[in-house]
Ligand binder design. Structure first.
Ligand code: AMX
Length: 456
């Protein structure tokens, strides 16, 4: 982490001073529009501005911004596969950690750094054994969360804290070490879990230390072309290449969605107790496994498959609209539409849609992908007329599942594990900054029914 550390070290003193000044001299200043109401206490704290988060902000209209940069700007400026407008998640990780756009050399250095830590895709013995002993058909997210927690066996932060060899000002350094190690292990972890759920645990592919992180997720899932994939994945070389870029796109844009979503907030909360990065992110993964959060993508696939089976012509807006109304009138939601914060089409959906549009030939015969692409022309009007949801536009989960499925990832539960690789990047970067700033343990005050009733 030589360059990454030195770039971080350059930024730390100024940022630390800014935060300390705010805390010391302006701690009493009220945050506008952040009033806490009975509605917010009972309503999932919507809109309460009460979490400190550095790297991303979610604008209701423009969507996610990474240190102020939109997805489009990231696609233009972050190093990656220039032929496909696709940045490497490693360059996103650099941006999240430092607030700066990395050079190609810095990105390559981080790729090598992560590969060095990945030990050729070999997992620590205890984690390997632990995974071997879990039932193959156990939920992939349970397997992933357990495996990530077990990596804390080697935590530098936990060891240093226990031994009293690190002081508060330096906590961030071992937190960074652990975070990079955790991220580097994820391709091997999800590759192993995928092999367990699809092939009783026999390896599907091998680690390639000259390639990037997303490539290795794909190769360990047995989805690349050439020698790295050990199984016959039925993909042409072009399709394998496209799948790798889909993985880069997906893992790049799901990395962070500001601090209040369940996986990010959980990691931040557990980390505030000085639990090490492995335990903190394992907790985040448990939250990501919920159907209202990371599991939504699989619901969309089911919904599209069902709709395809029920209507005669997937290009006929009238038939689609009638199908959607039948869902709504039986009190079901339209999966992949709506959002707690966004009030516009999710730019992450837009990026995935553009991926499919650039490959119109590849997807022209895939009825589910076609339906995913037609739906934004029909569903918003139906949802507007229905009049309930605050955001009638597609969210990111509208597109991701069917695209993965197209290339052969038919184990829908597994898609959330890929999400789990990506989401590590944001919350773990924030955890490093939590330690840099020396943020305290989170401890909001709770209120009971009587206390709330007294207020009215
Ligand atoms: N279809 C039908 N009704 C919807 C709807 C949809 N896609 N989205 C919201 N509504 C309804 C809600 O169920 C709610 O009804 P109620 O008053 O009877 O309870 C009403 O509209 C108001 O909801 P809201 O304030 O607009 O949304 P929210 O913040 O409560 O919930 C979300 C947000 C995403 C859970 C919701 O829009 C939804 O269920 N969407 C479908 C599932 C989905 O796509 N989830 C993925 C979200 C992205 C992610 O985090 N991964």
């Amino acid at each position: 982490t030589s360059t990454l550390r030195s770039v971080l070290k350059e930024t730390i003193p100024e940022r630390r001073e800014q935060l300390l000044k705010l805390k010391k001299f302006h701690g009493q200043v009220k945050i506008p529009a952040g009033d806490i109401t009975i509605g917010s206490v009972l309503g999932g704290m919507r809109g309460n501005k009460s979490i400190f988060w550095q790297s991303t902000t979610l604008d209701p209209m423009d969507g996610i911004k990474f240190h102020g940069m939109t997805i489009k700007q990231c696609q233009e400026q972050l190093p990656g596969d220039a032929n496909d407008h696709q940045f490497y998640p490693e360059s996103m990780l650099w941006l999240l950690l430092t607030g700066k756009v990395p050079t190609v050399e810095q990105t390559n250095e981080l790729i090598s750094e992560l590969n060095g830590r990945a030990e050729n895709g070999r997992l620590p013995e205890c984690t390997e054994k632990l995974l071997d002993n879990l039932p193959n058909n156990m939920h992939p997210m349970t397997q992933l969360a357990i495996a990530v927690a077990s990596l804390n066996y080697g935590s530098q932060f936990a060891k240093g804290y226990q031994a009293g060899t690190i002081n508060k000002l330096n906590y961030w350094e071992s937190t960074l070490e652990d975070s990079l190690t955790l991220i580097s292990r994820l391709p091997a972890l999800v590759g192993k879990i995928y092999s367990k759920i699809t092939q009783d645990g026999s390896p599907l592919g091998q680690f390639n230390s000259s390639k990037d992180w997303s490539y290795n997720i794909c190769s360990l899932m047995g989805m690349t072309a050439g020698g790295d994939s050990l199984n016959n994945n039925n993909l042409s070389p072009q399709q394998s290449q496209d799948f790798v870029n889909l993985m880069r796109l997906y893992t790049g844009i799901h990395a962070d969605h500001e601090g209040g979503n369940v996986s990010a907030h959980t990691t931040h909360l557990v980390g505030s107790a000085l639990s090490d990065p492995f335990l903190s992110y394992s907790s985040g993964l448990m939250g990501l496994a919920g159907p209202l959060h990371g599991l939504a993508a699989q619901e969309v696939v089911r919904f599209l498959v069902e709709m395809n089976g029920s209507i005669k012509n997937v290009n006929d807006p009238k038939q689609i609209s009638e199908y959607l109304w039948s869902l709504l009138s039986s009190n079901r939601v339209i999966p992949g539409y709506g959002h707690a914060v966004l009030r516009n089409t999710d730019p992450r959906f837009q990026a995935m849609l553009e991926f499919a549009e650039r490959r119109s030939d590849e997807f022209k015969d895939d009825a589910n992908v076609q339906l995913m692409m037609t739906l934004p022309k029909v569903a918003p009007a139906v949802l507007k007329e229905h009049g309930k949801c605050k955001n009638p536009y597609p969210n990111v989960d509208s597109a991701s599942g069917v695209l993965f499925q197209h290339y052969g990832v038919t184990q829908l539960l597994f898609i959330t594990a890929i999400f789990g690789c990506s989401r590590a990047l944001g919350p773990l970067s924030q955890l490093v900054w939590d330690r840099i700033y020396g943020l305290p343990i989170e401890r909001p005050k709770s209120m009971d029914l009587e206390a709330l009733q007294k207020l009215v």
